[in-house]
Design a protein around this ligand. Structure first.
Ligand code: SF4
Length: 313
């Protein structure tokens, strides 16, 4: 295959044709920068916190946010990195090691919040303890609740005004389909390139610059740039509902090219309607959790509810 723009050796076939390494890099970076601009993900005075796991998505988004700030003559000194150590033995310690190296290379400040310190348990310990109590919680459910909780808390403590995440097109397409299959329309209202519906003082707005980047493009970009990524998978990854949706979407994509892009394009057309409906009908606006004072949509937040079960004798 030859690049349709310069006739050099092509390394990937995009929707508009095969491209070489240089044209892919240009295309990929342009796509991310255009997403930031079109959806106004960043404003000039924003203090930015990039939520990083140490994997390919988070290293890519961190690198590109820094590059975006530099090419737009904005200060990079307010750029911070936040990582959550959920305590997943043999996995998170490896990705955090990669992340520490990357942050050092990129000269950005890294803060790590540990679930063990903040919530008294590692994820591994919590799952073991729940199993003993015959409460079979899905690892990804607890992990997701804890991560959202700690990322928001950490970004607010860093006094950041925007929280950047590395969610890519595959992640978002999976979330859209999951919410449809589970009839969770109100959760879908919080998706999109900018998460959430309204501003709330305790909640740092989340933005997704890789929103239109398929996972395979992010992987290729991280490989070309030689980011220190091991490409290992979480030991709990296969247990989740999301893994089944991921496999289904990948099968469809292999048979019918453009499926994931189609899910996202259709979703973005109806998202304003879903948000409007959610604003009109939501009876659970954000408030402070009465135990930990973090944002919650009920009296007690999900993280405190999980802790309540874990602390039961
Ligand atoms: Fe957490 Fe599940 Fe992702 Fe593992 S696969 S890091 S448990 S959300």
């Amino acid at each position: 295959m030859k690049c349709f723009q310069c006739q050099d050796k092509a390394i990937i076939e995009l929707q508009h044709g095969p491209v070489c390494k240089n044209h892919f890099i240009h295309y990929f970076e342009e796509k991310v920068f255009k997403t930031i601009q079109k959806y106004q993900l960043l404003e000039p005075n924003d203090k930015i916190c990039v939520a990083c796991s140490g994997g390919k998505d988070s290293q890519t988004v961190l690198y590109l946010i820094k590059k975006y700030l530099q090419t737009h003559h904005q200060d990079t000194k307010n750029l911070k990195v936040l990582a959550i150590d959920e305590g997943i033995k043999g996995y998170r310690n490896t990705t955090l090691k990669d992340l520490k190296q990357f942050c050092k290379e990129q000269r950005v400040e890294l803060k790590i919040l540990e679930a063990k310190k903040e919530l008294k348990y590692t994820l591994d310990q919590a799952l073991k303890s729940l199993k003993k109590k015959n409460q079979l919680e899905k690892p990804c459910h607890i992990c997701g609740v804890w991560r959202r909780y700690l990322i928001n808390k950490g970004a607010r403590e860093l006094k950041c005004t925007k929280l950047v995440t590395g969610h890519n097109l595959d992640d978002e397409a999976q979330a859209v389909i999951m919410n449809i299959f589970k009839a969770n329309t109100s959760l879908s209202a919080h998706l999109g390139p900018i998460s959430g519906i309204k501003d709330y003082e305790l909640f740092v707005r989340r933005v997704k610059p890789l929103y239109f980047c398929p996972e395979k493009e992010v992987r290729l970009y991280a490989l070309i740039k030689k980011f220190p990524v091991k490409f290992i998978e979480c030991p709990y990854a296969e247990e989740g509902y999301r893994a089944a949706i991921r496999d289904m979407l990948n099968n469809f994509e292999n048979k019918y090219k453009g499926t994931k892009q189609g899910v996202i394009s259709s979703f973005l057309q109806i998202l304003p309607l879903i948000k409007e409906k959610e604003i009109k009908t939501n009876t659970k606006p954000l408030r402070e959790c009465k135990i930990c004072h973090e944002p919650a949509n009920q009296e007690v937040c999900h993280a405190c509810k999980i802790l309540g079960v874990l602390n039961e004798k």
